[in-house]
Every structure is written in C-alpha cells, then in structure tokens.
Design a protein around this ligand. Structure first.
Ligand code: ADP
Ligand code: TZD
Ligand code: MG
Length: 582
C-alpha cells in the first residue's frame, strides 16, 4: 500500500461525468523502475529531480544521496557488475549530468550495465540555445560515451522508454545507457489506467546466447591438441555468474588458469591450478590460450610482444558475447560467440567423460614456478618494519581477507593497487573490485558504497592516498548510511612516492602531498572511527576491529614514502624521449 499512499491521486470530474484517477510522470517512472525490480537509486538531488527522489524513497525505492555524481555513478556501475541488473544513477541537468557521465563511460568501457537518468531543461529553450537554467543538449553529448541514449518526451512513453534502456544495458555486451528526462515530463498527467497499461515489464532482458555447435567443436579440437594450455578468466567471466560451469571446465580440463584482476576468486587463488603467481611463465610458454570474458587489450599486452613469447607461437580460443571482439589484436583460432554460461557449459558437455587432462609436465612446471614465487614473497609479507612498507601492510590485510572470504575488497592506487592485487588472495567470485579497464582513480568510495548496499557484506577498501582523494568526501555518505566499510589509506605522502623534489623553485613537486597527513581525522568529523596505524600490528588490530564491528572506519596506514615505484607496475607505459636520458 506504500505505493497508493504516495501516489498523488488527482480526482477530476470532466464534463463527460464520472471521476477519473490520474497519474503523472513522477509516479510512472517510479512504477516502471519497481516493476522491473530496480529498487535502488544512487544520485545527487536538485532541480528537476528533487521531488522525484523524495517520492521514490517514499515508494520504497532505496535512494542514496551522494556528495558528487561521479561517485554515485561509480556506485551504480558496480551495482550493475555485482547484480547483472542495470545500476541506476540519478542526476540533475548539465553539470550534474556531466559529473555522472564519467561513470557512464566507465561502465560502458568495463561492460557493466548501468543507466544514467538525468533531468534536463526545457527542450524548446535548449534547442534554440536561448540560455535556460543548466542548459545543455545532454542526449547528444552522452551518445558517443554509451551503448544507447534515449529521451522520453511523453508520460505515456515512460514504460517503453525504461524498457528500452534496461534491455540496451544488459543484453549482449553490457554497458552504459543514458536516459534523458526533461523537467516537463515529470509533471505530465495522464489517466492512471492508461498509465498502468503503458508500463512494460522486460521479459528475459539478457537472453541466453547459445554458441554454434561447430564453433564449440572447433574450440575443443584446438584445446585437445594443446601441449601447454592456459585459461584466462576475465571480469566478464565474473559478471556472467556462471561460477559452477567455469569451475567444472577448469577442473575437468586440468588446465592452469590465470585470473585477471576482477576475475580473481572465481576459483580461489589458492586452487592447485591457479597460475596467478606464475603469470610471466604461463603467458610466455603456453601454446593454446582460452580467453573467457577477457579482452586482449593493454592489460594483456594486446596478445603479442615480448611477454607472449615467440611471435605466432600460440592459438587463441576466445569466449565472448561480442563478435567484434574477435581478432581485435591477434588472430583468434577458435572464436566462441555467446554468453559465457552457455559457451562454457557447451564445452564441458562436448568434453564428454574421457577428456584427457592437460599434460602433467606442463602443470608441474607451472606449479613449480608458482610455488617458488610464493615462497620468495612469504618472508617479505611478514616484515614488521616501521615505517611500514607495502609488503608488511599487505601481509596483514591478506590475513584479514583470508579470515573473511565473504568481504568485498575495493582497490585503487598505483603501488597500492598493483601490490594488493598480487598479494591478497581472493577466495570467492566477485569479491575484488577495482580500477578496471581504464585504470581510473576515483572509483573507491562509490564502489565501497555500492558493494555494501548491494551485497550487505563488509567492505575493505585499500586506497592509495592519491586515489582516495578523488572520492574522499563520500566518507560522510558512508557514515550517514552507517555502511560496514573500512577504508585503509596507504599514505606514502603522494603519487607513487612521497620523496620527489621540485627541480626549480619552492612549490612542492607535482607528485607529493602534505607530509605526515592524518586522513583518519577526516572521518571523525562524521562520527566514524579514525585510526592512525604506524606498524603492521596496529594495522591488524584496527582492521580486525572495523571488520568485526561494521562501523565506518578510516585507517591512515603510514607507509614509507620511499617504498613505491613510479606508476607501480606499469612504469613502462610512460613516454620516453631520446633527448631526455634517464
Ligand atoms: P578483464 O579486464 O578482466 O580482462 P575485460 O573487461 O577486458 O576483462 O573483458 C570482459 C569481456 O567479457 C568483454 O569483452 C565482454 O564483452 C565480455 N562479457 C561480458 N559479459 C559477458 C557474458 N555474459 N557472456 C560473454 N561475454 C561477456
Ligand atoms: N586521474 C585519473 C582519473 N586516473 C588516473 N589513473 C590518474 C589520474 C593517474 N594516476 C594513476 O594512474 S595512479 C595515480 C594517479 C593520479 C595515483 C597513485 O598514487 P596513490 O598510490 O597514492 O593512489 P601509490 O601507492 O602512492 O602508488
Ligand atoms: Mg600514494
């Protein structure tokens, strides 16, 4: 009945006689969202969507107000990744829309389903460029940055408009969709019965896409002849939620697997077939590579070059829902187009009951390399240095996650990212969420909020001090909604390192921040728990307390400013001039 209570029932008597029940744009958007199970909105209020947010909240939709739209957008994008339903971000016109747009582009780039709904100003004035309040042709600007962009002009089209947006976001390769709702739409009144009939419940929004049988056979033929096969699990595999099928395929084939950053945990990083700690060996020496929901982009050195061993020494089998992804960088010997669940299940079925496991000498060589690397790392993780280095701090946090495999790990930074990814083992699917395809800074607090809200699980956010700054104000949001988020800032006084000096003049170097900052004090302003941790022991105590209590906590982990390296693990991507010898 909550619905009925908030619905403005406007009773009118027209000349023709009996009273008619009316509805309006506000209520139709709310009804259309709820009908499609979209029960959470991340946004920032203001003209023309303030009342809409209030009414949505009163109608039982969870409406979370942020301090900046970009963070709300990141929360929506990760909600999409975690749930396979489009995450909804709601903004005001022009500047609010633009703030949300970065997140929409990010969702599209990362293949996460998301809908950015922005209010917009009067079309007549915008189109004549007569200078309206927050005037901007938002639809045109959004178009190149998302999968689809729609505008709804009439209340009776709200149902179909939202249906299109949902289907565009989740079907095929998922991505971002922009939905433009002009201010006037909200107030439009139509007959309530007509309104109800105009709503659309999207049936089977992301239909199974079954791979062709001959493509399955081709893939199995290539795999069967492999001497040194490798499976790479990307974030598309995590997104697909085909966890059992993927585990079956990996275990039945006996092939070592390499998880991409957000593919970690699909199978535990401690699984005997995991080749995470033997990455360079498997990339270089494998002869057949099965890509499951992972693109051959920069994160995999485009599938060629030194890290991939001899040129043309491998055959690729690629599973992806997007046909255009095939041959993007190198020839794909066996393209398998379809959704990952259907494709991987078809492979498992086709393997039958007597499929030969991957050659034992190959698996043996991979495990040997992995065990050596793990053993080499172990003592570094146990160091008790003060000031802490990344390894000492991460040794502690690694145990925190091991003891709480259901917790979600959010991670951004440079060294703070690369070292965390390498050191912290994940045990369950979709528990590690990070900077993604762009390596973007700023996802931290939005992701932490989205993950806490969507999963109800505790969140540990490991943040570089620079990375944190991009979304730091949202700690107020975390405190306001009392979310179980523990933020650990690896505070090394700057970007990459805190030791840079300006070659000329008195301004600080471009990569350094105020020395000895106390980020922990920020959260105290909002009644959260702040801790300054200078040793691994202090860090352990503080994080355990936060994860157990669920109280919003911010820990300033003091890291040796000299501990990091330029750009973390990707320093090689910095352009070099022959003129400027290093
Ligand atoms: P990573 O960064 O982890 O390597 P990418 O983002 O590069 O992963 O690749 C994810 C791929 O997964 C994209 O090419 C996308 O089209 C694909 N994908 C996403 N969801 C599915 C799905 N349900 N079925 C098949 N492919 C999918
Ligand atoms: N702006 C955006 C939106 N994304 C980016 N990736 C960058 C700038 C450039 N950048 C990186 O690639 S990492 C990084 C920046 C600014 C911050 C690294 O510093 P940190 O981590 O404190 O977060 P470490 O531990 O000091 O390396
Ligand atoms: Mg730093």
């Amino acid at each position: 009945m909550a619905d009925a209570a908030v619905k403005e029932k406007i009773a009118t008597t027209d000349a023709a006689g009996p009273e008619r029940e009316l509805t309006d744009g506000f209520n139709l958007v709310i009804d259309a969202l709820k009908l499609n199970g979209l029960n959470t909105i991340y946004g920032v209020p203001g003209i023309p969507i303030t009342d809409f947010g209030r009414m949505a909240q009163a109608a039982g939709i969870r409406v979370l107000s942020f301090r900046h739209e970009q963070n709300a957008g990141y929360a929506a994008s990760i909600a999409g990744f975690l749930t396979k339903k489009p995450g909804i971000c709601l903004t005001v016109s022009a500047p609010g829309f633009l703030n949300g747009l970065t997140a929409l582009a990010h969702a599209t780039t990362n293949c996460f389903p998301m809908i950015l709904i922005s209010g917009s100003s009067e079309r007549e004035i915008v189109d004549l460029q007569q200078g309206d309040y927050e005037e901007m042709d938002q639809l045109a600007i959004a178009k190149p940055l998302c999968k689809a962009a729609y505008r709804i002009l009439h209340a009776q089209d709200i149902g179909i408009g939202l249906a299109r947006a949902i289907r565009a976001a989740v079907s095929g390769r998922p991505g971002g969709v922009y939905l433009d709702l002009p201010a006037k739409l909200f107030g439009q009144v139509i007959d309530a019965e007509e309104g109800r009939k105009s709503l659309v419940k999207v049936i089977d929004p992301a239909p199974a896409q079954i791979p062709a049988p001959d493509a399955v056979k081709r893939a199995l033929d290539v795999l069967k002849n492999a001497k040194r096969p490798l499976i790479i699990l990307g974030k598309g595999a995590s997104y697909s939620q085909a966890d059992d099928a993927i585990r079956n395929f990996v275990e039945k084939s006996g092939v070592p697997f390499l998880p991409m950053s957000m593919g970690k945990g699909l199978l535990p990083d401690t699984h005997p077939q995991c080749a995470g700690a033997a990455r360079s060996t498997v990339l270089k020496d494998s002869d057949v590579v099965v890509l499951i929901g992972a693109r051959l982009n920069w994160l995999l050195s485009h599938g060629k070059g030194k890290s991939w061993g001899e040129p043309h020494s491998k055959k690729f089998i690629q599973i992806d829902i997007e046909p255009k992804e095939m041959d993007s960088n190198v020839e794909i010997a066996a393209p398998l187009i379809g959704d990952i669940g259907s494709c991987v299940s078809a492979l498992v079925d086709g393997m039958g009951s007597s499929w030969p496991k991957a050659p034992a000498d190959w698996m043996g060589a991979v495990s040997k390399k992995r065990d050596e690397n793990v053993a080499k790392m172990a003592p570094r993780l146990m160091n008790n240095n003060v000031p802490m280095d990344y390894h000492g701090a991460l040794g502690v946090l690694r145990t925190v996650i091991k003891e709480r495999p259901d917790a979600i790990l959010v991670n951004e930074g440079a060294n703070a990212l690369d070292l965390t990814r390498g050191i912290i083992d994940m045990y369950k699917p979709r528990k590690r969420i990070d900077v993604g395809t762009w390596g973007v800074m700023g996802i931290g607090m939005g992701y932490a909020i989205g993950a806490a809200v969507e999963t109800g699980k505790p969140v540990l956010a490991i943040e570089g001090d620079s990375a944190f700054g991009f979304s730091g104000m949202e700690i107020e949001t975390i405190c306001r909604y009392k979310l179980p988020v523990c933020v650990v800032i690896f505070n090394n006084d700057g970007i990459y390192r805190g030791t840079d000096v300006n070659a000329l003049g008195t301004d600080p170097a471009t990569t350094v921040f105020v020395k000895g900052s106390r980020y922990d004090k920020m959260i105290e302003a909002f009644d959260g728990v702040g801790v300054n941790a200078t040793s691994p022991d202090e860090l352990r105590r503080a994080v355990n307390a936060a994860m157990d209590s669920g109280k919003p906590t911010l820990i300033n982990a003091v890291i040796d400013p000299a501990a990091g390296s330029e750009s973390g693990r990707i320093g090689n991507l910095n352009p070099q001039s022959k003129l400027r010898k290093k």
